[in-house]
Design a protein around this ligand. Structure first.
Ligand code: ADP
Length: 229
């Protein structure tokens, strides 16, 4: 297997007024292509910040991120956006759908960006896959939290990402809906070989992944094989 993500000596500090807060300190780990990987730790331990740096949504102060064979630090903002569009899916805890677009339009946007043929029919297939074909014309405000998260999943799947980053994908969902969303994620890993990197508080979800990175106070406490593997 080859490494899809290599993180070396990553550091991030936020400054607010005269105060400096080191959020990540000397973080080094790597992930193999096709792996399922959980990042866990107490609130404020730097999980979301780490996920954003790995996905190229933000830049580190020190260290490097190599994603899909490319050092993100070498890329301009445009090149980074292109790489993200081509290789990366991202799912946010609060879904982040575009409120003025319907479910189908939200899924179709990344397809159009990639110049896909028949984006609408691919978008409908993806909505079907997440069980929302009959809600294609609904706006996010007309959908429940679980339905919005499933639209977000369909949107993330639409770019056929090599690697999918998910920040607390079940955080705002009830158990049953959360289970459905998790199943869809693991199906994607099984069917398409998509690497999953999931930040979660959910112990059961973390245990289903192959490996768990434990963070505390911006440092790695452990990087361990989980019981599932
Ligand atoms: P987690 O996901 O583990 O809860 P975060 O990565 O969200 O942790 O945050 C880690 C720390 O960094 C927290 O103390 C948070 O308040 C702080 N932080 C996060 N983003 C910013 C920001 N943009 N500016 C200043 N501080 C931030």
């Amino acid at each position: 297997m080859s490494k899809i993500l290599n993180v070396a000596h990553l550091g991030k500090t936020y400054t607010s007024g005269s105060k400096k807060l080191t959020v990540l300190d000397d973080i080094t780990f790597s992930i193999e292509a096709g792996e399922t990987f959980a990042i866990v730790g107490p609130s404020g331990s730097g999980k979301t910040t780490l996920l954003g740096l790995c996905a190229g949504l933000d830049r580190p102060d020190t260290g490097s991120v190599e994603l899909c064979g490319t050092y993100l630090g070498d890329l301009s903002e445009d090149e980074l956006a292109l790489l993200r569009n081509r290789e990366v899916g991202f799912i946010f805890q609060n879904f982040q759908l575009l409120p003025t677009l319907t479910a189908l339009e939200n899924v179709v946007v990344p397809l159009e960006l990639r110049g896909s043929k028949n984006p609408k029919s691919i978008g409908m297939d993806l909505l079907d896959k997440v069980g929302l074909k009959d809600r294609f014309h609904h706006y996010p405000s007309q959908l429940s939290g679980g339905e919005q998260q499933r639209v977000a999943l369909a949107r993330a799947f639409s770019s056929r990402p090599s690697i999918l980053f998910a920040d607390e994908p079940t955080g705002n969902l009830d158990q049953e809906t959360g289970d459905k969303v998790v199943q869809l994620l693991f199906d994607l890993n099984q069917d398409a070989g998509t690497t999953l990197v999931i930040v979660t508080h959910d112990v059961d979800l973390a245990r289903r992944t192959g490996r768990i990175l434990r963070l505390k106070g911006g440092k790695i406490l452990a990087n361990e094989t989980s019981e599932a593997s």
